[in-house]
Design a protein around this ligand. Structure first.
Ligand SMILES: *Cc1c(COP(=O)(O)O)cnc(C)c1O
Length: 423
């Protein structure tokens, strides 16, 4: 069974059933193959993971947990969920794992329901400094039902301001402190967060959604060693299917499980749980560490090229898979940059930079990540080439001929670096 589409033949059951959807999927596949994927939160899964997500497991209801289901016929999906849980625990040396959250946001909500009552205070990173929507943004349930207080990074070096974290923790006495971010290019000092949480009697949640692959490979320190709760997505640097999971100490096992189901969700997506089981298994292999080390080396190579070309990087560089670049030196904001890069076949996202004076819809920065290109087998030399193209596009945003030439060169390069599962 293969879920990948063969663009040259019309043998897909999807095409027979629904030509309109098939055509759009084909075009998306072409985009993923021909372009340069630099969105920091995206990756390419293995062919096995892609296939697992397209199996008959999508037909199965499995409310409850292995051995305690509300439906019959769960003996096989129980095997799968137990494999996923055991592998997640092994991978992160965690006491308990819940692999049912449909996404990272649901994983975070499960912890909120476990550690907080509506109206309670939590302390988390400001969205404008690299935090996430689910860390207390006004329109998100985390901001509506709870009292969110935010810390940020220092203005001078754009590193997390631990003096501010400690001051806000003492002043607001939050029940929960959250570490973890979506646009922070440096390794996070989880033990330091644990120290502050313990001083003020708060529980610590680490949301490692972006860098869980780096943690799995032990390239970054493991938050499961110091936090009460760890949440993550499985589809960013961990390179699994689009989904989420929660790790916690045994003492919270019952509450976390109850708050995922029936607290937040009905039946788990067993095809995605199976894909997560395979993802954890892949991440346990020595080759995954090699991959992650290359992700970091590639990010540093790209960062060096962009810096040499005149882009200012938040915090001056990167320790992980991502970087945040101030493009305003070129005379425009992130919106123009994102659109011009898109026309050249380079996909990224505009992003606020810390202390940004521009608006979220046209901020000062763009964010790049190296995880997806590294999966295609690109190394430092290719990253230098990619960095050169990014700079070329930014210097030529109004020159469609130049952008078209870069697009053509990118197509030639990407032809040599296959996407897993697509022939
Ligand atoms: C991506 C991300 C999430 C949530 O991911 P979804 O799967 O899109 O719900 C949560 N927290 C952080 C820090 C993230 O970067």
């Amino acid at each position: 069974m293969s879920t990948a589409l063969n663009l040259d033949q019309s043998t897909s059951p999807i095409e027979a059933a629904d030509p309109a959807v098939f055509a759009a999927i084909s075009e998306e596949q072409r985009r993923q193959v021909e372009g340069l994927e630099l969105i920091a939160s995206e990756n390419y899964t293995s062919e096995a993971i892609l296939a697992a997500a397209g199996t008959v497991l999508t037909n199965k209801y499995a409310e409850g947990y292995p051995g305690r289901r509300y439906y019959g016929g769960c003996e096989h999906v129980d095997v799968i969920e137990n494999l996923a849980r055991d592998r997640a625990k092994e991978l992160f040396t965690a006491e308990h794992a819940n692999v049912q959250p449909h996404a990272g946001s649901q994983a975070n909500m499960a912890v909120f329901m476990t550690a907080l009552e509506p109206g309670d205070t939590f302390l988390a990173m400001d969205l404008a400094h690299g935090g996430h929507l689910t860390h207390g943004m006004r329109l998100n349930i985390s901001g509506k039902y709870f009292n969110a207080v935010h810390y940020g990074v220092r203005e001078d070096d754009q590193r997390i301001d631990f003096d501010q974290v400690a001051r806000l923790a003492r002043e607001h006495k939050p029940k929960l402190i959250i570490a973890g971010a979506s646009a922070y290019p440096r390794e996070i000092d989880h033990p330091k967060f644990a120290e502050i949480a313990s001083e003020v009697g708060a529980k610590l949640m680490v949301d490692m959604a972006h860098y869980s692959g780096l943690v799995a490979a032990r390239v970054h320190n493991n938050p499961a060693e110091v936090a009460d709760f760890v949440t993550s997505t499985s589809h960013k640097t961990l390179r699994g299917p689009r989904s989420g999971f929660v790790l916690c100490r045994s003492e919270y096992q019952k509450d976390i499980d109850r708050n995922v189901f029936p607290g937040l969700q009905g039946g788990p997506l067993m095809h995605v749980v199976a894909a997560k089981a395979i993802c954890f298994q892949e991440a346990l292999q020595p080759s995954f560490r090699t991959y992650v080390e290359q992700v970091v080396a590639n990010a540093q190579a790209l960062a060096a090229t962009l810096t040499a070309g005149g882009l200012k990087l938040t915090s001056g560089g990167t320790d992980n898979h991502l970087m945040l670049c101030d493009v305003t030196g070129f005379g425009f904001g992130g919106k123009v940059a994102e659109e011009a890069l898109d026309r050249a076949g380079i996909t990224c996202n505009k992003n606020m930079i810390p202390y940004d004076t521009r608006k979220p819809m046209d901020p000062s920065g763009v964010r790049f990540g190296s995880a997806a290109l590294t999966t295609r087998g690109m190394k430092e030399a290719e990253m230098q080439q990619v960095g050169g193209w990014i700079l070329d596009v930014l210097r030529n945003v109004d020159n469609e001929d130049a952008v078209a030439r870069i697009c053509e060169a990118i197509r030639e390069l990407t032809a040599d670096f296959p996407v897993p599962g697509i022939r």
